[in-house]
Design a protein around this ligand. Sequence first.
Ligand SMILES: Nc1ncnc2c1ncn2[C@@H]1O[C@H](COP(=O)(O)OP(=O)(O)O)[C@@H](O)[C@H]1O
Ligand SMILES: [Mg+2]
Length: 353
Amino acid sequence: MALFKDILAHNESLFQDTMALDLEYVPKIVPYRENQQKYVAECIKPLFNNRSGRNLFIYGSSGIGKTVAVKHVLNELNQETDDVFAIYINCWKKDTEFKILKDICDQLNYKFIANKSSDDLFEDVKKILNRKSVVICFDEIDKIESTEIIYSILEDILRKTIIFISNDKKWLLNLDTRIKSRLSLEILEFKSYNFEETKGIINQRVELAFMPNVFDKDSLSIIIEKTFKTNDIRNGIFLLKQSGDIAESKSSRKISHEHVEEAILKLSNFNFTRSTDFIDEEKEILDIIKDNSGKSITEIFDIYKSKEEISYRTFQRKVDKLKKSRIISTEEINEGIRGKSTKIYFSKKLTDF
Ligand SMILES: Nc1ncnc2c1ncn2[C@@H]1O[C@H](COP(=O)(O)OP(=O)(O)O)[C@@H](O)[C@H]1O
Ligand SMILES: [Mg+2]
């Protein structure tokens, strides 16, 4: 049938394993971060001897392997021993004490959480964790709403290593001194990848995710170049996936220069947020802001309220979260006798080339 003649047969996909292009995917080997992984492992080591571990603050710009390196260490830890719990929390997704405790319960496979308060949950979690040792990683720590939970863990969990990850070193400077002094944090900076490292990482992904030899050599070089320039491996993984999809949609057996160029256009139109990291309500608010950039917060609230039941306080919290992520910005405008109003703007692209 002519209509389908040129379409790639099912078994002729360009992809071998699209999972390897998922941003959360943790490869079996995380190259170029061996020293950092060793450092993290050293901080955890005392837990093997029933002593408390060292606490660590990791920082560095986004998309340079902080999360994947730590997750890799935690995976290895899980494979190595049953004597140490490994907990990973993304504070962007779980920003309140209650959400964090529920997430910990999930990870511990602890089900008796119905109708319990944060305090109840903490008591339960404490009992379980204190039977063994624990490594607890708070990723995107600057997005956490309150640091009370950290204090409670410091006080009541006996043998632990706490790892904080942030794109922003500032979080540490503003941290409550009462907590800071008790943590006695070690600090580990992740530096950007150089060109060779960027190339190695992208090539590794290509091998995992695609059938052999589907990229024209120059098309892959363009992706590597763009990734290096923007200093964020996420962009590279996005471009690999998009250019593969584009090539497939055109029934091409190779990923060529044009497919990559088209993917790059998509990337520059795409506010490279981690829109997957927002919960549905936040995405909906973001969509409204995108369409109404420059309007005041009350106007945006009215639009959202006409669709969803929400209090102004909750709405404002969600707006603050979007603001923290720099996907939107706000500006205070003095409107004379009418007082002040806050305008909200959808931010410019985060990935300008
Ligand atoms: N050294 C590496 N080896 C393999 N993949 C990497 C490496 N560094 C980063 N990545 C990948 O790049 C993306 C961004 O890395 P991530 O760890 O999420 O960055 P960060 O936490 O620093 O913002 C992830 O999909 C991750 O798997
Ligand atoms: Mg991260």
